[in-house]
Ligand binder design. Structure first.
Ligand code: BES
Ligand code: MN
Ligand code: ZN
Length: 489
């Protein structure tokens, strides 16, 4: 994939297609139509027909007999309603149209949008265009793999400086998102705990953060009984991945990210039903999101200290696996009774949250495909947010709105706690079906000794069907949300 910005005049620009963004407002529409008809006379009948109105996401292909033969007109709707998300979706719509016409190089004429500077517009268009062309096709040896691979944002001299900044930022973010998608879409036979660690090391070297991977012996020495307990049914050993990026001042308290890294969740002895179980190869999406975020943050050179921690294991049933009734002891000495071996995410996160205290963090944000209950509550559109740090939750809400990676807060009232009280240990790992996402978060809260936010991405991380610029499967959610929040911290 190459994404760049160019000031080549439209008439001389050579690609497989040019995308033109059209406003619906009567005056703007008429003036865009007029100048396009004079530049590309073949567009005359398109405009004269009145079929194309510039309505948001309306798209039409025209053949113009110029240096670049095809133009794709795509509507942005009324200018009062255009947001960054409108631009991402319009760019995605046009790019998918271009891909269906087997175009591989597409140019995007940067539109002028009231209230958004050229950098924001270029960034949004780039994100929508490039992210829409992601596909997890590495294991497909036959069939159609046609994607747009070269993206050029066409700016005029006045826009060029900001537009370049926009495409450069977008490149850093897209690389993080698509790596997160790749990691989370990868099957367990490829991305198992030590393989995930190896990948994090490679990415750290390439992007400029330090990665340390703790092995089973080191995890034992730390007393991470939750991570070891979940792992005990597996043949493959666990790993604990530590990524450190020091973009901030020495001694500045870091933002610590924690990502659930269950590379496959069978449910363990409390085995999941067979239907749809393959989705659980993505049960390390939290890990994928924090790794992708480290890439983007490092590539952007953000001036902050950021750490990411990933406890990683499979959750397997076997003769050595944990069983309901077993009691595990975590790194901080607390104990938990296993009520359901399928509530494994909170067990491994508990140890990671204990470990995070070492950094004296400004805040810890964990991301996890933690509960099916969050999918029932918020569907696949909104991430469930719970925590103790209202300031950070506000930052995430703001970045959620501008990235369209929405978050919504659920309460952690202490009344819910009795659902996870245990007769035999300090806490029980499942509270049953009522308020399942909240009891999972309350379990985590017992291991937290600093400002903290938990993001349950079970619904938003694994998409049952394609959306505007995200195909079915792993979405890469969290990377844009966190990177933008950290950028604006
Ligand atoms: N990984 C699952 C949660 C999940 C479900 C993620 C659907 C993505 C899509 C998690 O480990 C799990 O199994 N949670 C249980 C908890 C229950 C046993 C308390 C659940 O949600 O059913
Ligand atoms: Mn589970
Ligand atoms: Zn799980």
């Amino acid at each position: 994939m190459t994404l760049s910005c160019s000031t080549t005049p439209l008439q001389n620009f050579k690609a497989d297609a040019i995308v033109l963004f059209i406003l619906q407002d009567a005056k703007a529409f008429a003036s865009q139509a007029k100048s396009l008809k004079s530049m590309f006379p073949n567009l005359q009948p398109v405009f004269d027909s009145g079929d194309f109105t510039g309505k948001a996401l309306q798209a039409v292909t025209g053949y113009v007999g110029a240096t670049t033969r095809r133009v794709i007109l795509v509507g942005l709707g009324e200018s009062a309603n255009i947001s960054a998300e409108t631009l991402r979706r319009a760019a995605a719509t046009a790019t998918k149209r271009a891909a269906s016409l087997t175009c591989s190089h597409v140019g995007y004429v940067l539109p002028t949008v009231k209230g958004l500077d050229a950098g924001v517009v270029a960034k949004a268009i780039s994100e929508g265009a490039v992210l829409s062309q992601y596909g997890y096709v590495k294991y497909k040896t036959t069939g159609n793999k046609e994607f747009v691979t070269k993206f050029t944002v066409l700016a005029d001299e006045a826009q060029a400086k900001l537009a370049r900044k926009g495409t450069t930022e977008a490149t850093a973010i897209i690389e993080g998102v698509n790596e997160a998608r790749d990691l989370a879409n990868a099957p367990n036979c490829e991305i198992y705990p030590t393989a995930l660690g190896k990948r994090a090391v490679e990415l750290g070297k390439k992007y400029g953060f330090k990665t340390t991977v703790l092995n089973k012996k080191q995890i034992e020495a730390l007393g991470m009984g939750g991570l070891l307990g979940v792992n005990q049914g597996s043949v493959r050993p666990p790993s604990f991945i530590i990524m450190e990026y020091n973009g901030g001042k020495k001694g500045e308290q870091p933002i610590v990210l924690v990502g659930k890294g269950v590379t496959f969740d069978t449910g363990g002895i409390s085995l999941k039903p067979a239907a749809g179980m393959s989705d659980m190869k993505s049960d390390m999406h939290g890990a994928a999101s924090v790794i992708g975020t480290m890439m983007s943050v490092a590539k952007l050179g953000i001036k902050r200290n950021v750490v990411a921690l990933v406890p990683s294991t499979e959750n397997m049933p076997s003769g050595t696996a944990v069983v309901p009734g077993d009691i595990l002891k975590f790194m901080n000495g607390l104990t938990a009774e296993i009520d359901n071996t399928d509530a494994e995410g909170r067990l491994i996160l508990a140890d990671a949250l204990c470990y995070a205290a070492r950094y004296k963090p400004e805040v810890v944000i964990d991301l996890a495909t933690l509960t099916g209950a969050i999918v029932i509550a918020l569907g696949n559109t909104t991430t469930g947010m719970m925590g103790t740090d209202t300031k950070t939750m506000k930052k995430l809400s703001t970045s959620g709105a501008s990235t369209s990676e929405y978050v919504c807060e659920l309460p952690l009232y202490e009344e819910y706690e009795e659902l996870i009280s245990s007769d035999y240990a300090d806490v029980k790992n499942s509270g049953g079906r009522p308020a399942g996402s909240i009891t999972a978060a309350l379990f985590l809260k017992k291991f937290v000794s600093y400002p903290w936010v938990h993001l349950d991405i079970a619904g938003t991380g694994i998409a049952p069907k394609a959306t505007h610029y995200s195909p079915k499967g792993a979405t890469g959610v969290g990377v844009r949300l966190l990177t933008e929040a950290i950028q604006n911290w």
